[in-house]
Design a protein around this ligand. Structure first.
Ligand code: HEM
Length: 516
């Protein structure tokens, strides 16, 4: 195996589970090199932290590394990987991805969504009402991207039910990241199986209850519009698009590239909608928030972006989509933000078979974590890597994020790269352009740019706080594995959960003390 810290018998490096973050793995790579191996129970974990090895994984041996790892909760909550993000590489994934890229994620389609424009306009009006008082940009933009994806999925006029849906998503994200012994020791699956499985079933039932009704309403609408006028143009949402492929009894095993037809059942539609909600909400919100934070910290660059907006758009009208292509410096600032703060800092892949990488053995079903965050700050690839400097992208030879430059991977590269890139960039650029064009910003309470806290928290940023972990930023959830509730010596699993970030990756730990 590649070099890595020595582990204990049976549990291996499970005690280092808190190192499975972009920062933790970057620090291990300083010690063990760009390819590092950890043994987490039965699970082999391989971390990749250099552009050169990333190229080998995402390009040279792309097919071997193109599966996705999934834990017990993910398999159950995605209807046995009936979605695109967690489906393993194969005919089902290939055909589903083709349809999603053509029908759901194209830039042309995004631009036709009134929802992006309307929601950005709504956010601007909300900020306007708060002129003179501090605005919580993070909360504001998370609400924005939540609304964009919700309306794009279910219909542009509906915000009814959004809160209920977000609560369901929140429970999903807690379960995706909850510590489950079976993920590390499959033969210990019985330890907390009953309670955990009950929670999983409850969460999936809530989603079924919510989306099945929406799908049924869409089917009725589709049948009615057929009887009215076949050629009439109707405003379609993602459910409408996917229903064009609907067949009640479709099965994943029907997917065969020799057949030209593709059929989805309700589970596929639900799982694909969840991909969009998880993939497209927090990623874009986090990028907008970091972009504003970095520009607040760098007033010279902020001034340049605002001057460009004045030159291109003027001050007598709002920014329009067609302006975006001309906003060269703004685009550079967005690239620089994604370099320093990739919203998905670790690309999670899994090997389909045994392979050899840089002379080391990598077994089948290894979890491969490509550290896009560390690679974006690699001192061999970037000059002054930790400095926010959008001008570095003015040079035509600067790396691009389209997937061919392995030192810059905010959207990944190769087969599993982000299919929502165009859509994500569109929402990101439009939102930042509007916020900087409509308002002058300053830090609250006389704070100086140098005092701005630019630390990040891996995976979760809880807005609720929690007394249990004595840390105001994290909300943790304990579930009793052994012993009595509240008594010392009881063994708990303790998952860091969050209200804000739907996709939590790996930041969990075990408490061995009943008092918490
Ligand atoms: C700034 C915005 C975004 C960023 C930085 C981003 C980044 C990423 C990254 C890094 C991956 C994984 C690539 C890999 O494993 O190699 C990914 C996958 C994915 N993204 Fe995005 N994303 C963004 C926006 C979106 C949007 C708006 C959508 C949908 C509406 C979306 C849907 C997906 C899906 C479905 C996948 C899984 C693809 C697959 O496994 O085949 N993303 N994204």
């Amino acid at each position: 195996y590649p070099p890595g810290p020595k582990g204990y018998p049976i549990i291996g490096n499970l005690g280092m589970v808190d190192h499975l973050t972009h920062r933790g793995l970057a620090s291990l790579s300083k010690r063990y090199g760009g390819l590092c191996h950890l043994q987490m129970g039965w699970l082999h974990v391989v971390a990749v932290s250099t552009p050169e090895i990333a190229r080998e994984v995402l390009q040279t041996q792309d097919a071997v590394f193109a599966n996705r790892p999934a834990n017990v909760a993910i398999v159950y909550l995605t209807y046995d990987r009936a979605d695109m993000a967690f489906a393993n590489y194969g005919p089902f994934w290939r055909q589903t991805r083709k349809i999603c890229v053509m029908k759901l994620f194209s830039r042309r389609r995004a631009e036709s969504w009134a929802s992006v424009r309307d929601e950005v306009g709504f956010t601007v009006r909300q900020v306007m009402e708060k002129t003179g008082v501090p605005v919580n940009i993070g909360e504001q933009v998370f609400a924005l991207t939540r609304s964009i994806t919700y309306k794009a999925a279910f219909g542009s006029s509906s915000s009814e039910g959004q809160e209920e849906f977000m609560e369901i998503l929140q429970e999903f994200s807690k379960l995706f990241g909850a510590f489950n012994v079976a993920d590390f020791f499959p033969w210990l699956g019985w330890v907390n199986a009953r309670d955990f499985n009950k929670r999983l079933a409850k969460a999936r039932n809530s989603l079924d209850g919510f989306i099945d009704t929406i799908i049924d309403e869409h089917i009725v609408k589709k049948n009615n519009s057929k009887t009215k006028d076949e050629d009439e143009e109707v405003d379609t949402d993602m459910v409408d698009e996917l229903l064009a492929f609907y067949s009640e009894n479709a099965s994943k095993n029907d997917f065969d590239e020799s057949k030209s037809t593709v059929k989805f059942n309700k589970d596929h539609i639900k799982a694909l909608i969840m991909d969009v909600m998880f993939g497209g909400t927090e990623t874009v919100a986090s990028a907008i928030e970091w972009a504003i934070a970095e520009l607040m910290k760098s007033p010279e660059d902020l001034k340049k972006v605002q001057q460009e907006l004045i030159d291109v758009v003027g001050l007598n009208r709002a920014v329009h989509e067609s302006d975006l292509e001309k906003l060269v410096f703004l685009k550079c600032a967005m690239k620089e933000t994604l370099r320093l703060h990739p919203p998905i800092p670790l690309l999670l892949h899994e090997t389909a078979e045994d392979t050899v990488l840089k002379g080391y053995r990598i077994p089948a079903r290894s979890r491969v974590m490509i550290n896009a965050w560390a690679i974006g700050r690699d001192p061999d690839a970037w000059e002054d890597p930790d400095r926010f400097n959008p001008s570095r992208f003015l040079d035509g030879k600067a790396p691009d994020f389209k997937g061919m430059d392995f030192e810059f991977l905010p959207f990944g590269s190769g087969r599993r790269s982000c299919p929502g890139m165009q859509l994500g960039l569109y929402a990101l650029e439009l939102a930042v352009a509007h916020l900087l064009h409509c308002f002058d910003w300053e830090l609250p309470h006389g704070m100086k740019p140098a005092e701005l806290d630019m630390n990040d928290v891996f995976g979760t940023h809880c807005t609720e706080g929690c007394s249990t972990c004595r840390c105001a930023n994290l909300q943790v959830e304990l579930s009793l594995l052994k012993g009595k509730e509240g008594e010392n010596g009881g063994v708990y699993s303790c998952a860091v959960v969050s209200r804000r970030i739907p996709f939590k990756r790996g930041a969990f730990f075990i408490c061995l003390n009943g008092s918490g």
